[in-house]
Design a protein around this ligand. Structure first.
Ligand SMILES: [Fe+2]
Length: 411
């Protein structure tokens, strides 16, 4: 067995209705809490009021800030600057990946003298020391796995100098992740599709990474199988936002009314959690290399970029594997995964590789993430995107032409 190391993971509470465990857990950090949410779902559904009143009943004084869209360095500095480790004994983030990333970055910047930009990879010149106020993450989407990772992605989006970069340190892994599939029930199919394809991409890229270990592979394979079985059902429907509070208080009601949807969304929540652990330890591939560049230049949701590029990038990696001496290990792993996903066994790697590509292309047809061209990307942008995109943990270092080819096939 090869040597490996594995980062710390958060304490995890997973299950239907577990959101209501939050106040008792938060209380262990103190009675002054900063709550970070998005701007619509929690407010519109009544979940925000439910959470605030249950924190209040436990004697917890809560300050609330809402994040609109993907967090910028300026937003993080502004909110972190309003608090000190005394006025925010812990930060809680309830929301999608952007909200969790924002909460994580804010928890890391409260009480710091510098701007967060100074610590961003590839942008700043300082290394964050990993100290922060305690941080609890409650995801409402099943996609980024941010509740289990050591980085927060911040965006400065514009057409020339935009970037998407990480604040990263082992110490930034959340203290606690509460993963409640009931919170995910209202996630609309379009958002759920993008998030689900992101989670699968993270699992698959970590699985094929040169840094993959036996432990990360176990998590990746389990996550991919659960995602493969459930992604279509989980993205087929959503429950009305107005029912979620009722279901948080009585999860049995949701089980009675929405058994199969809840089961599928629960599996995707679990796959997403695993994807965070896998990416934090094995790294990511060329799809995320592209996503980091495209996300800084164009306003496209991260999961949509992953969904668009997953199948064409996989075809290109497999074509490169077939041509290369070092490609055998990649092909064997792809073959194994295709067999597990289809419940079959393929005697030659080419068949397995083709079957896997067919599965991914079938998801693209059903889940419809769209094309890059739908978001304003044209042939004139491809060389710039390709030249800026790289992924050290893609199984192969692709040439500029190969990268342009993937983008061209996704226009
Ligand atoms: Fe991702």
């Amino acid at each position: 067995m090869s040597d490996f190391s594995f980062s710390r993971i958060p304490a995890i509470i997973f299950g239907r209705g577990k959101t209501m465990h939050l106040p008792a857990k938060a209380l262990t950090y103190g009675k002054r809490i900063l709550l970070i949410t998005g701007t619509s779902y929690l407010q519109n559904s009544g979940i925000l009021n439910l959470v605030l009143s249950s924190l209040n009943q436990h004697g917890i004084e809560t300050s609330h800030r809402a994040i609109n869209g993907e967090p910028s360095p300026e937003t993080i500095d502004q909110i972190a600057g309003e608090f000190s480790p005394e006025s925010a004994k812990a930060v809680i983030a309830i929301g999608g990946g952007s909200v969790i990333d924002a909460g994580k970055a804010i928890s890391a910047m409260i009480g710091k003298k510098h701007r967060v930009k100074d610590y961003l990879e590839g942008v700043g010149h300082l290394q964050h020391d990993g100290t922060r106020v305690p941080f609890i993450a409650l995801p409402t989407t099943a996609g980024t796995g941010s509740e289990a990772t050591k980085n927060a992605v911040l965006s400065s989006c514009n057409s020339e100098t935009g970037f998407k970069k990480s604040l990263r340190h082992e110490g930034l892994v959340p203290d606690l992740a509460i993963i409640d599939p009931v919170l995910n029930l209202a996630c609309p199919p379009r958002v759920a599709s993008a998030c689900g394809l992101d989670a699968f991409t993270q699992l698959f890229e970590g699985y094929l990474s040169p840094l993959a270990s036996p432990l990360s592979d176990s998590l990746a394979v389990d996550g991919m199988l659960r995602a493969a079985e459930n992604i279509i059902t989980a993205c087929s429907a959503a429950v009305s936002e107005s029912r979620i509070c009722e279901f948080l208080l009585q999860p049995k009601l949701a089980e009675q009314e929405f058994a199969s949807l809840l089961k599928a969304k629960e599996a995707m929540c679990y796959a997403s959690l695993l994807s965070g652990m896998v990416l934090a330890n094995a790294g990511l591939g060329i799809v995320h290399g592209f996503a980091s560049v495209i996300g800084g230049l164009f306003r496209i949701p991260h999961g949509v970029i992953c969904g668009i590029l997953l199948a064409p990038a996989t075809r290109k990696n497999i074509a490169t594997a077939l041509k290369s001496q070092q490609g055998r290990k990649t092909l064997e792993k792809v073959n194994r995964m295709a067999g597990l996903m289809n419940g079959e066994e393929y005697s030659d790697a080419n068949t397995g590789a083709e079957k896997l590509c067919e599965i991914l292309e079938n998801w693209t047809r059903q889940l419809k993430p769209g094309r890059l061209g739908d978001y304003g990307i044209s042939a004139t942008h491809l060389e710039l995107i390709a030249s800026k995109s790289n992924a050290k943990t893609n199984p192969f270092q692709l040439t500029l032409e190969e990268k342009i080819d993937i983008l061209q096939n996704s226009l």
